[in-house]
Design a protein around this ligand. Sequence first.
Ligand SMILES: Cc1cc2nc3c(=O)[nH]c(=O)nc-3n(C[C@H](O)[C@H](O)[C@H](O)COP(=O)(O)O)c2cc1C
Length: 208
Amino acid sequence: MAERLIVALSGASGVIYGVRVLQVLQQIDGLESHLILTPSAIRTLVEETDFTADDVRGMADRVYSHADIGASISSGSFKTKGMLVAPCSAKTLSGIANSYDNELVVRAADVCLKERRRVVLLFRETPLHAGHIDMMERATRNGAILMPPVPAFYHRPATIDDIVNQTVGRALDLFDIDPRIVKRWKDETVPDQEAAMGARELKAAAKP
Ligand SMILES: Cc1cc2nc3c(=O)[nH]c(=O)nc-3n(C[C@H](O)[C@H](O)[C@H](O)COP(=O)(O)O)c2cc1C
């Protein structure tokens, strides 16, 4: 039987992360994507991309209404690998942190957490107030992995696609899914002498 990953797109900026997740999962054999799109994600999709909601729905194996709290994924008896929320808004994070399960995204995440399945939240808001940090802590204590989509630069991204792919690939790493889009850090270490020289140059540059 194929494995299943629940993918939720909520209304934070960076809806392209969720779209890319669905695109790369289409290339993985033996894995089904189970999609929930919130109404606000559809709004950000319009603002931030040229995709329609139907385009995105067409990328998934199964699609659920976010209002359908009786869907299969709202029960722990329906087995999944877990859930990736990409991007995750402050509102959805708040729901998950507090088990406020009145919408399917939050209910499905809460179910995954109680079943001790992996839940990864690409929480996107900035700057943060103490309430956001509290919610991140609470969700983490409940078992979620908070992974704000902060870009990496060590792989020398040249395009937005490079940045998006690296974050999406690292998020899927957390589910042991490897669509081969991550540029992995090379094994060779920088020779000691060069590293020391780099540190000296940094110190010199920092002097007023
Ligand atoms: C263009 C746009 C960008 C937004 N960006 C963010 C964001 O980065 N983070 C966030 O928490 N909310 C953001 N919002 C607000 C959320 O969409 C809003 O709080 C919504 O109620 C979230 O609902 P949901 O979590 O059910 O998708 C944005 C809204 C719009 C229209």
